[in-house]
Design a protein around this ligand. Structure first.
Ligand code: KG4
Ligand code: ZN
Length: 351
């Protein structure tokens, strides 16, 4: 209906949190460009993302990021067949910047617009890789805002199997890094610190490990680390003198990884799916990758990770998700709005 070519070139835009990102993707899989402007320096002094500042920064950066993405892809605006944009979940003010920019472009260029769920983008980011898994698979989306397990039957067919009851895993990394004085963003800082520590020096809780449920809970673990850290700081010499900050970081990281591996592999066994996909910012973590690869090898199944630049928030994954909507004629109109909460299993099936 809308498309001028057999191949579809889609511009994907994501401004759901603190990265302004745009990517150009052909047919939902071949990435021509993936440009990201990080706001880390703006939020760093505040120890976390400040929503107002994030919106302002997106407004400032959206145009240059989209221009960089088109120029890296070697295309002009006129070459685009559609625009895909994240409409939720995320920070409302931040999402609005991306949505209204995308609406403007789609209107002026007279091309279709796809309203994309950010979590669907994370799940489909694996299709940006050369050898993606066949359906069905179990997906673990593990990021700063989400920790969820899905039974993925096809494009648009995601059944929620479990999710965090409180903090997301990435949020726990960020908070523990803050408590430890390691700064923001926390995941990378903890991983770096943990590299020189021993992961069995402090036994932190493994929340919800023993239960049948596939739900997660990380707030108790965060509190346990905070209490341990307080005691360790106050009474460092007498209290566990041989424990270093690196040991605490490594022990915390191991606790999170243990829970994520255990739950995701349990979910896979329940569905009988032959593979597991791990996506979202925390999937960059090397210890997490190592442990998943080991667990999958033991069970004779496969585990898939997008490369790190497709794990953290990016426009290319949004273009991939938008492609599958536009391919099926599912377009958004100018009344599309953003959603701070947007359960992925509320999406209509696409096939
Ligand atoms: O997917 P993402 O870029 O944004 C959200 O959708 O939230 O994920 C960001 C989260 C942050 O909490 C960050 O600390 C975490 O991913 N993260 C990591 C690592 N790199 C990023 N956590 C653990 N280890 C890492 N290497
Ligand atoms: Zn994300």
């Amino acid at each position: 209906m809308f498309f001028r070519r057999l191949s579809m070139i889609i511009l994907g835009i994501d401004t759901s949190c603190d990265d302004t990102s745009a990517g150009v993707v052909v047919d939902g899989k071949s990435v021509l460009s993936n440009s990201v402007h990080s706001q880390v320096e703006v939020h760093h002094p505040h120890g976390g993302v400040v929503p107002e500042l994030a919106s302002r920064e997106h407004t400032r950066n959206i145009m240059p990021v989209v221009e960089a993405s088109l120029s890296k892809a070697g295309i002009q605006l006129d070459d685009l067949d559609g625009i895909a944009v994240t409409v939720g979940p995320g920070l409302v003010g931040a999402l609005l910047v991306g949505l209204y920019y995308a609406k403007g472009l789609a209107y002026v260029l007279n091309i279709p617009l796809a309203a994309v769920n950010h979590l669907e983008g994370h799940i489909l980011s694996i299709f940006l890789e050369e050898a993606p898994p066949p359906f069905p698979f179990v997906a673990l989306t593990v990021s700063g805002g989400h920790t969820s397990l899905y039974d993925v039957a096809g494009y648009g067919r995601y059944a929620l199997m479990g999710q965090t009851l409180d903090d997301a895993a990435g949020e726990a990394f960020d908070k523990v890094a803050k408590i430890s004085g390691l700064g923001y963003p926390g995941g990378v800082a903890i991983e770096r610190m943990a590299a020189s520590g021993a992961c069995d020096k402090v036994l932190f809780p493994r929340p919800c490990m023993e239960k049948d449920s596939l739900d997660f809970s990380f707030s108790g673990l965060k509190t346990a680390v905070a209490l341990y850290m307080k005691k360790w700081r106050e009474d460092r010499k007498e209290h566990d003198p041989e424990i270093s900050l690196a040991d605490i970081a490594a022990s915390f990281q191991e606790s999170v990884v243990d829970v994520l591996v255990h739950k995701a592999m349990t979910a896979r066994r329940r569905t009988g799916a032959p593979s597991v996909v791990i996506a979202g910012g925390v999937a960059c973590n090397r210890r997490l990758r190592e442990r998943f690869l080991k667990a999958a090898a033991q069970e004779g199944v496969r585990v898939y990770f997008p490369r790190p630049e497709y794990c953290t928030d990016n426009g290319a994954m949004i273009a991939a998700a938008g492609y599958h909507q536009l391919l099926r004629g599912k377009t958004a109109d100018m009344s599309a709005d953003v959603r701070s909460k947007f359960p992925i299993d509320s999406l209509p099936f696409l096939d």
